[in-house]
Write a protein that binds this ligand. Structure first.
Ligand code: NAD
Length: 326
């Protein structure tokens, strides 16, 4: 395929980042933008020389498309994906993939049946620092991982969907999902979680501001994650940090670099890497999905860890991922 013609469902803040990146990727062209907010659909269409829509079904019916991006509030996932799958189009969907496991499993099954190329927005998997971490850990038995995601809720509007538990799933599902995904990617599959949650600062919303999650991995490793949501809004330096302990060593990962000890000195490692958008467009054009590191079915496993942790936080009981219902 010479050029991948792309449509967007959801034209908010995150989508505009992807659109700007796509403008600089050879062989990618944004042809249609859809948002239920007409102003957003129009603004994106004007900026990227595309056709605007306010209903994704009309866009799917009328536009000549090769692939779709879905960048929606967490609660809005499900039907849009099923309609994209019906149309037989590959898609990149933002994390987390849904608000409830039933929705995610329904989409996962439809993707499997249609055998479509999918990619979920866990872009940290593609980074140079991550590649180095995986190379080191592949040669070593890992015993413990510690993740951290401390941020603000990041939105001025107190009624924003992200600040409502039934619309975003709170910090563990909406944001710390990146850290959970990285812990899965570096340490292995999660077998069981136990969480404690409280809210002593963000008392005006119904999401916990403090989350502590203990994790047991299938390979026997253990881990912990702390996620705090009442932190300084402008400070992202404590988000997505993962320490992994193995033998008498430690790797300290964050998106910008991997810190390890070599010959008694701590050194930082990273290297340039393709963006998730380049990888997705490349897969759509070539039909070869081998470079996609987080297909839909894999991302459902990351989602399950957050859902289980939220359930554990509510019930006070440990939850085995294999027993998770919804
Ligand atoms: N990968 C990352 O690092 C990253 C970063 C930021 C956000 N995100 C994710 O991107 C997604 C969107 O986040 P955002 O910050 O852009 O939110 P946003 O609220 O700015 O944008 C969402 C847009 O979707 C539109 N929308 C809602 N329902 C729709 C529907 N049925 N059809 C068409 N449009 C619809 C809304 O009107 C809104 O414009 C979230 O899942 C978020 O977690 C990912």
């Amino acid at each position: 395929m010479e050029e991948a013609k792309i449509g967007f469902i959801g034209c908010g803040g995150n989508a505009s980042g992807h659109m700007n990146t796509l403008e600089n990727i050879d062989g990618a062209r944004i042809v249609a933008t859809c948002d239920i907010d007409e102003n957003r659909a129009n603004a994106a269409a004007q900026k990227h020389n595309a056709n605007p829509y306010t209903d994704h079904r009309s866009m799917l019916e009328r536009a000549d498309l090769d692939a779709i991006y879905l960048s929606l509030p967490v609660f809005a996932h499900g039907q849009p994906e099923l309609d994209v799958i019906d149309r037989g189009l590959p898609f990149l969907v933002e994390k987390p993939v849904a608000i409830e496991m039933d929705i995610a499993h329904q989409v996962e099954e439809a993707v499997r049946k249609a055998d479509l190329i999918t990619c979920v927005g866990y872009q940290l998997r593609y980074l140079g620092a991550t590649k180095f971490a995986r190379q080191i850990l592949a040669k070593n038995d890992v015993s413990m991982g510690i993740g951290k995601y401390w941020s603000g809720t990041g939105r001025g509007n107190p009624d924003a969907w992200i600040r409502q538990m039934n619309k975003s799933g709170g910090q563990l599902l909406e944001q710390a999902t990146h850290t959970i995904d990285m812990m899965r990617y570096l340490l292995g599959e999660v077998e069981e979680v136990h969480a404690m949650q409280t809210s002593r600062v963000l008392t005006e919303i119904d999401c916990p501001d403090s989350n502590i999650v203990s994790l047991k991995f299938e390979n026997g490793a253990v881990g912990s994650l702390t996620a705090y949501w009442a932190f300084d809004n402008g400070d992202w330096s404590h988000t997505n940090v993962v320490d992994v302990l193995y033998k008498d060593q430690l790797i300290n990962w964050n998106p910008s670099r991997l810190r390890i000890k070599e010959n008694g000195e701590y050194v930082d490692k990273t290297e340039a890497s393709p963006s998730i958008d380049e990888v997705f467009v490349g897969a759509v054009r070539s039909g070869n999905r081998s470079q996609i590191l987080s297909p839909y079915a894999d991302a459902v496993k990351t989602m399950a860890v957050s859902i289980a942790a939220n359930q554990s936080g509510c019930t006070g009981k440990s939850i085995k991922i294999s027993n998770l219902s919804n």
